[in-house]
Write a protein that binds this ligand. Structure first.
Ligand SMILES: Nc1ncnc2c1ncn2[C@@H]1O[C@H](COP(=O)(O)OP(=O)(O)O)[C@@H](O)[C@H]1O
Ligand SMILES: C[C@@](O)(CCOP(=O)(O)O)CC(=O)O
Ligand SMILES: [Mg+2]
Length: 415
């Protein structure tokens, strides 16, 4: 039986989104991929309470639900063949919303039922807000599942070091993966790994994340085309194509694998070798990876537009995440003329796209209790500062939600 940690202080858990540099989709089939955390995070504000009521407030997707915890299913290992089957255990009268909120609430029910299993009642209000665009390829689902898992593990006293120890992270990551399974069916695990561990890493299913010590600072523009798409549907589309043309699709997946392997070598090449030649090779592999993803059927005209605008400035772009719209990344070469990144972003904004000059490789999951007299907004700012410093010469590009809008007020559910 799990003892409940009766600490009634409110706390915040945050976790970053991710940008897949190389290897999306192929990673689902055991190929190698490279990804890093981005400086946009999800935040869960948890306010423990003594009753039997759990309120889950998700303003980004218009969800505000309340459950009597005695009605939620309790799950033991092996109760379900797949976490996605949690729906079948819902008691009559349990109200789970339709639409985008459904998978989020089902992931919550699954994680609550598994982690609070025999521990009796555990009441609280949890509000999750995210600076990540929802459903755009930056791993918003994974950072959501990481903050859920970490918050529930923390409240049930299952973390040794408030999420900071190796064992804490292993535990958070494995539960967040199950949350991703509720939503996606067959996730590779790369998104939840980046959201948990942060940094920049190489990932192969079954081997887990391996930190990649890049010797080169990356300047990356992330562009959200604002074209909605579903990760689950895109992953299923690639699976159907592979079922129809196994030899062809497997050779594309192998080519993507070889791109990730090549890129890992390039990222780790000695600094002396980092001249134009190295950047030219990175440019080539980005371009080829995008073409191969298009061949898998996960491209979109908006992504081609991003690629064309970048190419007009001698920069390479590729879709990132599941594709079909959503986000693309553009590598800004070190020797790009001053202001070039801002000009690219302005051209993209003219198309209705949003751009963000990302800092890649910041911290993973973090848990924080409010401390003493520290003003709460200052405290939230310091949490946002977990990511690496911005490059001093970075152009001001901010089409995404950023501070100061992201104050604690957005974390507090309206009553
Ligand atoms: N801020 C959020 N609040 C609640 N749920 C979220 C939030 N962000 C993401 N989600 C969950 O993740 C889903 C989107 O995940 P997905 O389609 O995998 O796209 P991506 O992970 O690329 O953003 C949403 O439908 C919702 O279930
Ligand atoms: C397409 C895929 O490689 C990444 C999906 O990322 P996102 O949910 O679009 O952020 C799927 C996976 O790795 O599980
Ligand atoms: Mg996702």
């Amino acid at each position: 039986m799990v003892a409940i940690h009766r600490d009634t202080r409110p706390f915040v858990v945050s976790a970053p989104g991710k940008v897949i540099m190389f290897g999306e989709h192929a990673v689902v089939y055991g190929k190698s991929a490279i990804a890093g955390s981005v400086d946009m995070r999800a935040y869960a504000l948890v306010t423990p309470s003594s009753g039997h009521s759990v309120r889950l407030v998700l303003p980004d997707i218009d969800v505000d639900v309340e459950f009597d915890v005695r009605q939620l299913p309790r799950l033991r290992p092996g109760d379900l063949a797949h976490p996605g089957d949690v729906e079948t255990l819902l008691a009559e009268g349990i109200d789970v919303p339709e639409g985008p909120g459904r998978t989020a609430v089902l992931a919550f029910v699954y994680l609550y039922g598994s982690l609070v299993a025999e521990a009796g009642a555990l009441g609280f209000t949890m509000c999750v807000r995210s600076l990540l665009p929802v459903g755009a390829g930056l791993g918003s689902s994974a950072s959501f599942n990481v903050v859920l898992s970490a918050a529930l593990l923390q409240m049930t006293g299952q973390l040794q070091g408030e999420g900071a120890t190796e064992e804490d992270r292993r535990l958070i990551n494995s539960w967040a993966f199950q949350g991703e399974q509720v939503a996606h069916g067959t996730p590779s695990g790369i998104d939840n790994s980046v959201a948990t561990y942060g940094g920049f890493l190489e990932y192969t299913k079954g081997h887990g994340p391996a930190p990649l010590h890049s010797t080169h600072a990356l300047r990356v523009i992330i562009t959200n085309t604002n074209v909605p798409r579903s990760t689950k549907a895109l992953v299923a589309g690639v699976r159907a194509l592979r079922d129809a043309h196994p030899a062809v699709v497997d050779s594309i997946l192998d080519a993507i694998h070889n791109i990730s392997v090549t890129a890992a070598t390039l990222f780790q090449a000695p600094e002396e070798a980092a001249g134009g030649e190295l950047e030219r090779q990175l440019h080539d592999v980005i371009r080829m990876n995008h073409g191969l993803l298009s061949a898998l059927g996960v491209g979109h005209p908006s992504l081609e537009r991003v690629r064309d605008i970048a190419a007009g400035h001698q920069m390479a772009s590729k879709l990132t995440g599941a594709g079909g719209g959503g986000c693309a990344l553009t590598l800004v070469p070190r020797d790009a003329p001053k202001g070039a990144a801002a000009r690219v972003a302005a051209e993209m904004a003219d198309e209705g796209f949003c751009c963000h000059q990302a800092v890649v490789g910041g911290a993973g999951v973090a848990i924080a209790y409010s401390v003493g007299a520290e003003p709460v907004d200052k405290w939230v700012r310091s949490m946002l500062g977990h990511s690496a410093e911005r490059a001093p010469d970075s152009d001001a590009i901010s089409g995404f939600a950023t501070l100061p809008e992201a104050t604690i007020a957005m974390l507090a559910p309206s009553h």
